[in-house]
Design a protein around this ligand. Sequence first.
Ligand code: FNR
Ligand code: LAC
Length: 346
Amino acid sequence: MASDAAREETARGVLTPAVYDYFAGGAGDERTLRDNVAAWLRVPLRSRAGASCPEADTSVELLGSHLAAPILLAPVAAQRLLHPDGELASARAAAAAGTVFCLSTRATADLADVAAAGGSGPLWFQLYVRPERDGTERVLRRLGPAGYRAVVVTADLPMPGERDREFRHGPIPMPEGVGIVDHLGSLEPWFKPSVGGWRATLQWSDLGWIAEAAGLPVLVKGVMTAEDASLALSHGAAGVVVSNHGGRQLDGCLPTAVVLPEIVEAVAASVPVLVDGGIRTGADVLRALALGADAVLIGRPYAWGLAGGGQAGVEEVLTELVEELAEAMKAAGSASVGAVGSAVLA
Ligand code: FNR
Ligand code: LAC
């Protein structure tokens, strides 16, 4: 979006350097972080005469939910470092915009409080598997009764990547009364992004008991190859999220725009394929749809909106992106999301 850079600058002005670097940074020398954004621009679009498509409907059905647009809020940790309302504001903004808020395991608000704030809006929960299965199962069993509709298992963070920009600051102190929750009643008053603590030994076979404990569809996030997409499917995944964690894990790995087509080819006929990483404009969303994605997620763009303007700031980001997507669809001659196909691409 045209104002993404401006929002980032505003956020930078209100955040401490440690918090800004945590949200903005990536792994290594941040090649993948930069390339995620640049790669979408290398996917050329074909524009059609305007009169051929005067209106565009951005709405979609995704895993049983009707969404106003295929643009979801990605799981982003520790949102009260950005704004006092943190995840509650993001959940409200997503509900107002008619889309999904995916809550991180490493949140600063309990999953039930986020569900209460989000009202009837569709909520998903991102799972980091704790070292002990019992604690993970107890969290998973809370999701259905609280109103969550899907679990997103993040598979690309057995331990944090080499994030120099982030790690040089050390643990980040939380504001008074705020902490990282464990969704089981306790709080951690420091945010230690560099501490793993999650099960480095997550196995494909774990998807089975995760789905059973939650009683919800399970998506696997962090899929970057056709092989892993097929493995996820054969272990019962209801969808995959093509993601390199916003360039925060393996620096030098391919941008998501480049690997998306092979994953679409492998599994999109069977399950939804979502993608995130570097999506900044409605035209980027159109590119992802044309390459075969069912929906996209955004991370940093809404983090900057939250930092600068709370719930209204996140709503503004979503409204702008949906408007841009509608304009891009019309310019490319696609009246509906279902009509977006490879003919949109040059
Ligand atoms: C993330 N991401 C992330 N993913 C996840 O599964 N669980 C999490 O807790 C977090 N936390 C997190 C914190 C911060 C500060 C960032 C920037 C990212 C990754 C996120 O869901 C998503 O994959 C990327 O942010 C997408 O890339 P863009 O849109 O930020 O370029
Ligand atoms: C991160 C973790 C928390 O990217 O997902 O910082």
